[in-house]
Ligand binder design. Structure first.
Ligand SMILES: *Cc1c(COP(=O)(O)O)cnc(C)c1O
Length: 356
């Protein structure tokens, strides 16, 4: 295991006084974890140091060619005061797959867990206690080659930063409006859609901005080849209740394999529900909306956990789902997942990893 040097901060910041005002990703803790990689030496110089700017050469490949991958997970405060993570090994493994796609070095699963756990232990006081709040964990790998040539990384930096975040929903689960995107695509066949990399996000912002101007909170992405199959919603995976079945797009190389998605599927199947992972044409969705078979729809991802969809727009047409209200399956998924994550419910799946 990488040895981790610790450099003490001269002064600690005050903890946020009002956890209801945290928002998302605006406040950062006192420390960050870093490790260096080079082709000759592999991973080395693990360290936990005061949070602050990174010295980066202006030609660094992460800045010019988006040589970057990242992860997102959360630490939760249990009712007994302990701190726990939700399926962190899944994040470690996905980061390896993302790094492979971007020709960045993979950080071994055990090293990922070790660095994340040591940092959370040091920053334990920053894990919020308020209902719905948590400590968001952002690991990343940057290509740091100091050259303008385009090639596989020879040098890289792994980092972890932490941000206390508030409840995504201040006034309970509120269904959102979604616009089906017909022009831009998020990912293409053979591209980087399945990798969690910054470049995917940069290219998705335009459609999201235009949707927001029209009063929708996210776009529903269609596939990049035929613009016909449903892929994701914003930066979340998406699920629909069509009659008695739950349908979600089957994973392809243009869909991000979400850990919340996987957990929803495992949970629903354990409850005896039928879940279909299959290609889902948008015209089937529209037929179901018009015929009343589409009973519920939701996005799923670490930040919001479950985000109910109340309105869906396609071209000039707008449809309401379940009268714009959250449906029973959506609500139950949210309650069960967040209950397990926060230690309020038993964890029959072995998803939880205690930190202390
Ligand atoms: C991170 C992400 C998700 C959700 O993944 P989780 O592991 O559930 O947080 C879905 N889609 C995209 C594009 C993402 O970046």
């Amino acid at each position: 295991m990488l040895s981790i040097q610790i450099e003490k901060a001269a002064k600690l910041k005050p903890l946020p006084p009002d956890e209801s005002q945290l928002g998302f990703g605006r406040i950062f803790t006192d420390y960050m974890a870093l490790a260096d990689w080079s082709r000759e030496r592999g991973w080395h110089h693990g360290r936990i140091i005061p949070f602050g700017p990174l010295p980066l050469h202006p030609a660094s490949t992460c800045l010019h060619y988006a040589a970057e991958v990242f992860e997102g997970l959360k630490a939760y405060r249990r009712p007994d005061g302990g701190v726990q993570l939700f399926r962190p090994r899944e994040n470690a493994r996905r980061m390896i797959a993302s790094a492979e796609r971007l020709c960045l070095p993979a950080l071994p699963e055990e090293e990922f867990l070790h660095l994340v756990t040591r940092l959370i232990q040091k920053e334990e006081a920053w894990v919020p206690r308020a209902q719905g709040a948590s400590l968001y964990i952002r690991p990343f790998i940057l290509g740091t080659d100091e050259t303008l040539g385009v090639h596989a990384a020879e040098r890289a930096l792994f980092g972890v930063i932490l941000s206390p975040v508030g409840s995504y929903y201040r006034e309970g689960l509120r269904p959102v409006g979604i616009l089906i995107e017909e022009k831009d695509v998020r990912a293409v066949r053979g591209g980087t859609g399945y990798a969690k990399c910054g470049g995917n996000y940069a290219a998705s912002i335009r459609a999201g901005t235009i949707a927001a101007e029209k009063g929708y909170s996210q776009v529903l992405w269609l596939d990049g080849v035929e613009r016909r199959y449903v892929e994701e919603v914003g930066a979340m995976n998406v699920m629909f209740k069509l009659g008695d079945r739950i349908v979600t797009p089957a994973l392809t190389d243009s869909i991000l394999p979400g850990i919340t998605r996987k957990s929803c599927i495992e949970l629903l199947r354990s409850q005896g529900r039928e879940v279909d992972e299959r290609p889902l044409p948008v015209d089937e969705l529209i037929d179901a909306l018009e015929g009343g078979a589409l009973e519920e729809a939701w996005g799923c991802g670490t930040a919001a956990v479950i985000s109910p969809i109340g309105r869906l727009a396609y071209g000039q047409q707008e449809y309401e789902i379940n009268g714009g209200r959250i449906g029973p399956v959506t609500q139950s998924l949210y309650d069960t997942l967040t209950g397990i994550q926060r230690g309020l419910l038993e964890d029959p799946f072995d998803w939880i990893v205690p930190v202390n």
